[in-house]
Unconditional design. Structure first.
Length: 407
């Protein structure tokens, strides 16, 4: 194989992060206090976090989905307003999302190279990597993956096609992403029957009308077919029930196909560019364990809010090097406990809040959670709890500010 080089290409052992546990979430109190976590949500730079996970997880992760920056050299904003008119972007309330900006292409390639190598080390021998990019850098990434995984372990180049408006007038509209699928070995998991889809009506009609259709091969029309390597799923902007406002969020149906095809129940699924957390959300819904990592607090809080609607118990951890900016007092927040109910009153624009009813001053054990409805913008200001000791409350505003109060 020819080698692919760029200025500054090198490999150096990354400094492992010091990951500490901040909290455990028991969605709606399920499993409290004895259930072991099904997943880990980690705040930190994924290079250092993956290095820290190597001693425990090398050769053990069954599936990794990676949706890194695309080398667009853009700054993406997050929508934090709720119930807004999606047709009037000039009136959206925005906050900083994440940056996809680079000094040079060499810097970007080095960024990918270091992280993809760690992902290869973390993958189980039967594991699979799905790398999600677009036209900006997918060709370069394939050469890097050929070097790390071996060209013989390339499985698919998947095209995700979608519709949407475009400002382009001098070329065909760019309306697809590329997902590169590589396996750790030839003995990889692929559950064809889990992702079959119905044949088209035209195919059914053809086989019904002519015994010669298919050149003598008659498919099991009731069982359906394994999808081709081009997929159509609407973008999240068209899926009102899924939208979180986080930029470049991927649709659940896309991740569902990947997770069902390339993992089994109780397998471990990881996403180290977690963003809004669709991978972990879908993994949790389908009985998989998960690891999610992102360096953005806004992304992590979006993910935690989404996971609180599942049945999966999960931890929230962070790199000790990242400041834990939590305000412990605010005159704008009032708390009232009446019997087995806790109420809050505040002028703050709260996006998510949770309660630990037996706060030990160490690990926050979230047994009740409330989040703002994506379309109506409403959020419950009262939660039913069972008091077991000192009560501690955490609130996250739509601006990403955190408050922690105990009574």
């Amino acid at each position: 194989m020819p080698t692919f080089n760029w200025t500054g290409k090198h490999l150096a052992a990354p400094q492992p992060a010091t990951v500490i546990q901040d909290s455990i979430t028991y969605p709606k109190g399920r499993g409290y206090p004895k259930s072991r976590p099904d997943g880990r949500v980690i705040l930190g730079d994924n290079l250092n976090v993956m290095a820290a996970l190597l001693p425990e997880y090398e050769n053990k992760i069954n599936l990794i989905y990676a949706d890194p920056p695309f080398f667009t050299n853009r700054k993406f904003s997050a929508r934090i307003g709720k119930g807004e008119d999606s047709r009037k972007p000039s009136k959206w309330k925005l906050a900083e999302g994440y940056h996809d900006s680079w000094n040079t292409l060499d810097d970007y390639l080095q960024f990918l190279y270091e992280r993809l190598l760690l992902m290869w080390k973390l993958l189980a021998p039967t594991g699979t990597l799905y790398l999600h990019l677009d036209w900006h850098a997918d060709a370069y990434a394939r050469l890097i993956l050929d070097e790390i995984f071996g060209a013989e372990n390339f499985i698919n180049e998947i095209i995700w096609a979608y519709h949407g408006p475009s400002p382009i007038r001098t070329a065909f509209n760019r309306k697809h992403d590329t997902i590169l699928m590589y396996a750790k070995s030839k003995n990889y998991v692929f559950n064809a029957d889990e992702v079959r889809e119905p044949y088209s009506q035209s195919t059914l009609t053809t086989f019904k009308s002519s015994p010669k259709a298919g050149f003598g091969k008659v498919p099991d029309l009731e069982r359906g077919k394994v999808p081709e390597d081009w997929w159509y799923f609407p973008v999240v902007a068209r899926l009102h029930s899924e939208r979180t406002g986080y930029p470049t969020q991927k649709p659940e149906a896309l991740l569902e196909r990947i997770i069902l095809a390339s993992s089994n129940k109780n397998d471990l699924v990881a996403d180290f560019f977690s963003g809004s957390g669709t991978t972990s959300l879908v993994a949790a819904k389908h009985g998989r364990k998960f690891i999610a990592c992102d360096e953005s607090m806004r992304a992590v809080q979006t993910l935690r809010a989404r996971l609180s609607e599942t049945k999966s118990v999960f931890t929230f951890e962070r790199d000790l090097a990242i400041k834990n900016e939590v305000a412990n007092k605010s005159k704008k927040i009032k708390i009232k406990i009446v019997d087995d109910r806790i109420q809050i009153q505040t002028s703050l624009h709260v996006d998510f809040w949770e309660v630990d009813s037996a706060w030990d001053g160490k690990i926050f054990k979230s047994i009740a959670q409330a989040q703002r409805h994506g379309r109506s913008g409403e959020i419950p200001m009262e939660l039913k709890i069972k008091i077991g000791g000192k009560v501690c409350i955490r609130l996250i505003t739509v601006e990403g500010k955190q408050f922690q109060l105990h009574i």
